[in-house]
Design a protein. Structure first.
Length: 298
């Protein structure tokens, strides 16, 4: 007996419903920070992590950049660098979990949904004041569906960390948008796109926001960092126009002290400044959005 048009229609509706449930990002503080190279993603992520921890939240800061910059920005000593191996280069862990080492795996059967619930305990760097930092390494071409062993592991890690409860998760990504895969949309409910006022980084910001929207990350905020004057602001407003994919746009001023204290950011929080006030505004916005749940459809 063949399938009727009505049955087909119902199957399609059920599949669509299952898919949307599967990709529904969780509530809670799950923020991915992205944007062009050098715009200030790591600086902003580290400051937010510090501020959230100061208000008593437990924070997991995840670094997708294999250079461990986020750990250093959070005050991890530079001389201890050798001790930090990004998960993507931890060949033993990759093999233990997915059944093949990086460089192998083509044609092998990889475990695509390994149990990685031990990852933070085993590899997280415990920083003071309630912050753990996990150096993950890059998700290479996840969007194109590359099934190499390290990607299988990193995707599983991204999917897992959203399940950690009572913890603010901040993911600092590498520059660009190529890494933006389905796993990110499954794990994160908000994205903070960082840009400078220049055209190039604004273009990347728009691209990132559109990808995030396509993947179903519901809340997208634009942070225009290193703004020097009103002309910068006008330039950004003109570029964006009225019809842009951001729920909010926040401006952070250029601040010499950020350069003076880098890579560590903690000292910046000791003195009030327009830059730190801007970070506080971003924090409030993210907290408000993470409390409010998903907007009602339609
Ligand atoms: N508001 C600011 N004023 C002045 N300098 C800033 C500001 N924000 C960030 N910087 C500086 O800009 C440089 C790049 O910042 P950061 O490393 O945070 O960028 P990034 O986007 O993470 O870079 P990458 O793409 O390489 O990971 C650093 O030297 C940092 O100190
Ligand atoms: Mg960075």
């Amino acid at each position: 007996m063949g399938t009727t048009a009505e049955q087909k229609q119902r199957m399609r509706a059920a599949t669509a419903a299952l898919n949307s449930m599967h990709h529904e990002p969780p509530d809670g503080f799950r923020v991915v920070v992205c944007g062009k190279g050098g715009v200030g993603k790591t600086t902003v992520t580290a400051l937010l992590a510090r501020r959230l921890a100061l208000r008593g939240m437990k924070v997991l800061a995840v670094d997708e950049d294999p250079q461990q910059n986020l750990a250093f920005s959070l005050g991890y000593p530079l001389e201890a660098a050798d001790a930090l191996v990004p998960l993507s280069r931890n060949f033993d862990y990759v093999e233990e979990k997915v059944g093949a080492r990086p460089g192998e795996g083509w044609g092998l059967l990889l475990a695509l949904n390994p149990d990685v619930t031990d990852v933070v305990d085993r590899f997280g760097v415990h920083l003071d004041e309630g912050i753990d930092c996990l150096v993950m390494g890059s998700v290479v071409q996840a969007a194109t569906g590359c099934l190499c062993p390290e990607n299988a592991l990193l995707n599983a890690v991204i999917r897992y960390i959203r399940l950690r409860e009572d913890e603010a998760i901040l993911l600092d990504t590498q520059a660009g948008v190529e890494h933006f895969g389905r796993a990110l949309a499954e794990g994160f409910s908000q994205t903070l796109v960082v840009t400078e006022p220049g055209r190039n980084s604004l273009q990347v910001a728009l691209q990132a926001a559109r990808l995030a929207a396509d993947l179903g990350i519901p809340r997208r905020h634009l942070v225009v960092n290193k703004t020097r004057n009103g002309a910068d602001r006008e330039k950004v407003e003109t570029f964006l126009g009225d019809d842009h994919p951001f729920a909010s746009v926040i401006y952070l001023p250029f601040d010499e002290r950020v350069l003076d204290t880098e890579p560590a950011v903690s000292a910046l929080l000791d003195d009030p400044s327009p830059f730190v006030e801007g970070i506080a505004a971003i924090e409030e916005l993210l907290l408000a959005c993470s409390r409010s749940g998903r907007p009602a459809p339609g």
